[in-house]
Design a protein around this ligand. Sequence first.
Ligand code: FRU
Length: 491
Amino acid sequence: QDTLEQHRPLYHFTPPEQWMNDPNGMVFYDGEYHLFYQHYPDSNVWGPMHWGHAVSRNLVTWEHLPIALYPDSIGMIFSGSSVADVDNTSGFGSADNPPLVAMFTYHNAEGERARRNDYQTQGIAYSLDKGRTWEKYANNPVVNNPGLRDFRDPNLFWHEPTQRWVLILAAGDRVRLYNSPDLKAWTFLSEFGEKNGDHGGVWECPDLFPMMVNGQQKWVMLLSINPGGPNGGSATQYFVGNFDGKKFTTDYPNDTLWIDYGPDDYAGVTWSNVPESDGRRLFIGWMSNWDYAKEVPTYAWRSAMTVARTLSLVQTDAGVRLASRPVQELEQLRNGSYTLSAATVRDSLDLSHQANLQSPAMEFKLSFDLPKTTASDFGVRLFNDLGEEVRIGYEPQAKQWYIDRSRSGKTDFKEGFVRRITAPRLAESDTLTMHLYVDVASVELFADDGTTVMTSIFFPNEDFTHAALFTERDSLHFNGGEAFSLTQKPL
Ligand code: FRU
């Protein structure tokens, strides 16, 4: 089984070959979800960045398209976003055929080597054929560097009240906001973040969008940080607050909030131009971590994206928080479904046989009675016949979810891959729920209706095709649930 293709997920997005990192330029247009991504087509480690490209009609099945953007004399093409310029404000298209406009960071490697501090600038490109081909703007860059070594990852959106495009980008320990009538001429507005959130590493890949909660509009800012994540390395924090078209303020100046506590969800941002009739805020992240992304034991390609997720704001006792749930379209992957009966679990309860599952791609929806705060740890074990396993569990004493990948197979490719991965439980209810997506080399836990999320990758020597419930000591009340084997359907 030890081939160049070993560990390739069945339904998560991966590049056909070679290196991938951040998702970029996600826009919905004319029935298609576009996904671009940081890509180096000549090697399975990071190098001169391009924008790879794929499209999907259902966020589940992806069609690979040719590389959309290549490096040029100004620089490599780093992360960014794209929008549908439906009113043709840029003039790149026409009223009948409005353009898609992408903004990306130009990273000039010579400038970096020469230790200049202006080697990152923002450029734009447009497409008049539904993203199939792209033309770079002749007067790039459109945002010059004010003398900041870190000045990247532009994210664009249309702000209706001010009738302006707004641009947010990462500048070291803060974000900077700009606006423009036409996507070409940009005016600096404000900064945010120097004194807020986590600063264990450099800020990257911001996103800013409105969301409703309690009948009120709030603004959510996503902000990736590397290193400094709650479980080491890269992670994405968020802020909830207000935005008046010029300035963002946070409602929780003293809190650091993480969209996903696992080590393997980074640089995630959301799709633009999703129709109001749909109304969802759709997110995807890079399912890896700069701590070890270049060393993970895959060869033909490196890295996958998370599953697409729907974000929402929920009111909790601690305040308004961001929840993530797998998109409903993922149900299309189910090809066998099994009801799991309620049971008292002592030691272990096999799910694979009960559910007739023998698949490296599985989904579980499980519910448990909240045990006493003194009770022992419990959860789900994914395992193979070699004695390798991953545990996704809950610790009542610490009131936290965890993932243990210390015995998951290949773990020594990079120091620090094995460490205890934990996340505080936010929910207060007497029932705990776990929604799990497993896919050959990853597990995504959406606990308590997505209020605690953890994503983790792993590399067993043989696929984990078995699953069981475990409890370390005390008996556990399992309320039952559902199990599914998943398969990718051809396009
Ligand atoms: C985040 C990041 C971005 C940058 C890109 C380069 O993972 O470091 O800040 O644009 O990757 O590939």
